[in-house]
Design a protein around this ligand. Structure first.
Ligand code: SF4
Ligand code: SF4
Length: 162
């Protein structure tokens, strides 16, 4: 991790330390489905992102494996923005979109149009995205996962909305 990334991650993590997708605890809707990890599944780590969790390599990327438990104050960035992804746009702005990769897990992704998301949370995800984009590797990473999230959403629409 570079010094610049260290500074950016610290600020992005602080921004998303307490904000949650809904004003109430969304975990009661789904039994904390996104935290029911096992020894194989996990959350993608940003380039060089440090973690106290076990790290595995998966498809050329690093994944933090938590087994469904972590110190919340130290959770990875991917956990902090879920179920959204901040996506850098060609006009320099950041779009905050539901993460299509979470469709099978998260009721908020499945019902994104009706959910009463916290504006504070969305705003903070956007600010964190803008911060992360100051680093070239993080920006490329966000673009990559954005493409994957969009591809998942497109596939889901083709399969289920015919
Ligand atoms: S799966 Fe979605 S609704 Fe459930 S705890 Fe995670 S973010 Fe909240
Ligand atoms: S690291 Fe923590 S917040 Fe992230 S999925 Fe695991 S238990 Fe949930």
């Amino acid at each position: 991790m570079t010094q610049k990334q260290r500074r950016i991650y610290r600020k992005a993590c602080a921004l998303l330390a307490r904000s949650t997708p809904l004003r109430a605890d969304c975990g009661v809707l789904c039994g904390r489905a996104c935290c029911r990890g096992d020894d194989e599944t996990g959350m993608l780590l940003f380039p060089g992102e440090a973690t106290t969790l076990a790290v595995k390599a998966k498809n050329g990327r690093r994944v933090a494996v938590c087994g469904g438990r972590c110190k919340r104050a130290l959770r990875p960035l991917s956990c902090r923005v879920f179920p959204f992804v901040p996506l850098p746009q060609t006009n320099g702005k950041i779009a905050v979109l539901p993460d299509g990769r979470g469709y099978g897990i998260c009721p908020l992704v499945r019902h994104a149009e009706e959910a009463a998301f916290s504006h504070r949370f969305l705003h903070r995800v956007k600010r964190a995205g803008a911060l992360l984009c100051r680093d070239k590797a993080c920006r490329a990473f966000l673009q990559e996962i954005g493409r994957e999230a969009a591809a998942c959403e497109s596939l889901r629409a083709q399969l289920f909305e015919k």
